[in-house]
Design a protein around this ligand. Structure first.
Ligand SMILES: Cc1cc2nc3c(=O)[nH]c(=O)nc-3n(C[C@H](O)[C@H](O)[C@H](O)COP(=O)(O)O)c2cc1C
Length: 197
């Protein structure tokens, strides 16, 4: 059959393709740039929101996103580190779902490095007053730091979320037959298997 990608019948290739797409999403705007991150709400119900992928390291199976310490997601991760991440790139016809645990970093070396590498425009968000999720009397009844210097104060609220993947579910949609593969690192040894799509 023609037009099959190299990873089509190659389990290790599917995993490599998933990480390659995630790395690409962290590096620049692509179909993998803004996945959905799921946490467990304080009431046990799932909570979901879009986040920007800021960094990916396939060797440690970690993905990095940034958030505000005052946000619901930060509180939810602090209370229960189990998270999931979902992304679907319609152009690539690839869905990746990751389950794992997240850790929150603030005021440490990791947070300082991520803050230093982020653009002033992104830093300003962490100086929002009142904090994210606070009810407002009107849509515009909140303030952002006036300038970049004032924006530096936002570092106090800046948090890096590091998600370590325990499972990765890869799905490729193809006319000639979909391909789905599951990769696990939550057992004694890494495991990989094809799944019925
Ligand atoms: C394209 C896009 C990218 C976003 N990126 C982030 C992000 O990287 N970090 C973040 O905390 N919120 C981001 N948001 C906002 C979240 O989706 C969410 O609305 C907000 O963080 C509040 O979520 P929470 O109350 O569950 O914590 C983004 C929203 C959109 C639409």
């Amino acid at each position: 059959m023609t037009d099959q990608p190299a990873f089509y019948d190659d389990l290790a290739g599917c995993l490599a393709e998933a990480w390659r797409r995630l790395e690409e999403g962290a590096a620049h705007q692509s179909g993998f740039h803004a996945p959905a991150l799921a946490t467990i709400g304080r009431d046990g119900a799932p909570r979901l929101r879009t986040v920007v992928l800021r960094g990916v390291d396939r060797a440690s199976r970690t993905l990095r996103v940034h958030c505000d310490a005052r946000s619901d997601k930060a509180a939810e991760i602090a209370a229960d580190p189990r998270v999931a991440l979902h992304v679907y790139d319609a152009a690539a016809k690839i869905q990746v779902r990751i389950e794992g645990r997240a850790s929150l970093h603030g005021q440490d070396a990791l947070a300082r490095a991520a803050w230093a590498a982020s653009r002033p425009l992104s830093r300003v968000c962490y100086g929002t007053v009142p904090g994210p999720g606070t009810p407002l009397p009107a849509g515009g009844a909140y303030a952002l730091p006036e300038d970049a210097a004032a924006g530096e104060a936002g570092f106090a609220e800046f948090r890096v979320v590091v998600l370590t993947a325990a499972r990765l579910d890869f799905l490729y949609l193809a006319r000639q037959g979909h391909r789905r593969a599951l990769f696990r690192w939550d057992g004694e040894a890494p495991a990989a298997t094809w799944l019925a799509p």
